[in-house]
Design a binder for this molecule. Sequence first.
Ligand code: GLV
Ligand code: MN
Ligand code: MN
Length: 416
Amino acid sequence: MAAFSQDEIDALGTRAEAMVNALGAISAEPDRLVRLFLTAEHRRAADRVAAWMREAGLEVTADARGSVRGRLAGPKRLLIGSHIDTVIDAGKYDGPFGVIAGILAAEHFIRGDERLPFGIDVLAFGDEEGSRFPATLSSSAACAGAFRTENLKLADRNGVTISDAIKAYGKSPDDIPNAAYKAGEAAAYVEVHIEQGPVLETRNQPLGVVTGIIGQTYLNIEFLGEAGHAGTVPMVLRRDALAGAAEAMLLGERLARETKGEVVATVGRITVLPGATNVIPATVVVVFDIRSASESAHAGLVETLKNGIREIAERRHLGLTITTPRQVGITPCHPAIQDQFAEAIRALGAEPLRLASGAGHDGQAMAKLCPIGMLFVRCRGGISHNPMEYASPRDLGLAVATLIGFIERFDPEKVG
Ligand code: GLV
Ligand code: MN
Ligand code: MN
């Protein structure tokens, strides 16, 4: 087993931080970080990652969705990945650090004397955030052989479909099935990620072992009212779609609050048409993001919310369409992978705290292929999806060293 001195851990952290900063500089906008799936910025970040993988000694390919794959050959493979797309006005660490940790860990085994009884694939996915198209995790789903072909028709805000975007990126949608791993080829998928919450910082621990990823539902609610003159139509005669949506949003907030922390519900995206100050809103689409670690509390809230929204639409004489573009159950992390991460953390002198992930991750899709596991890294103030996101180089170095320790302990037979 490799034994790391504090200087070696700090050197790994300094390298990781420099790489995080290099990717953080690749943005569609000069004043904030925006790197969306299948855009020119995605291409630049993917090229940067591919170059690092080659420098580390990995053999590099890219699949039909632009996911970069760096391979260290071996009979069965441990997959290590994360994503390089971002939310709008993002932090630098969410996603890229997991890819970077994978590259630095693989490099350790390529350069050193230790020989592994399995291969490694480092994966850089491009569609974890769902910031461009109304679908998420479709890159990892393609690797897991679970890509939904109907998603190719989904369009971004400019009407560009995923299918068109893949072609513009220089790839072919027909090749998506080739991205899938064959049954039995992947021993496990693991991901290193900043926690995106405050638990590790509060408990004064740099690292945490993830027990599982919460269940998640997206409810797409479209209210259909009637456009009219904001100055002439009496209040009682209006069919205002936005007023209905506002009631629905407050209902979602109240129901989630009543669960006392079991369920969280958010509306972060709303479309109002025609969208003019002096026109009564005719069409409004709101998307609820509902998450919970309890299957029953989650299902109960979704049902109550949908019934409440139907009642609001009826009372206000609004048309209503409800669709569910995303529904994922709770994804457990494999107990043996949790234990191997815990041992690797303990070997570095830290306490392996166990915690659930409230954020979504590519592991939710990869779990359809193989057992999964995750390692969390403390981030300042628990802040994420925000340019203030920060993790210290020392914690980043510890995370890379832990990933290396995990790989040394990893036994494909124990997760089979
Ligand atoms: C991704 O970061 C998500 O949890 O939505
Ligand atoms: Mn992420
Ligand atoms: Mn994110």
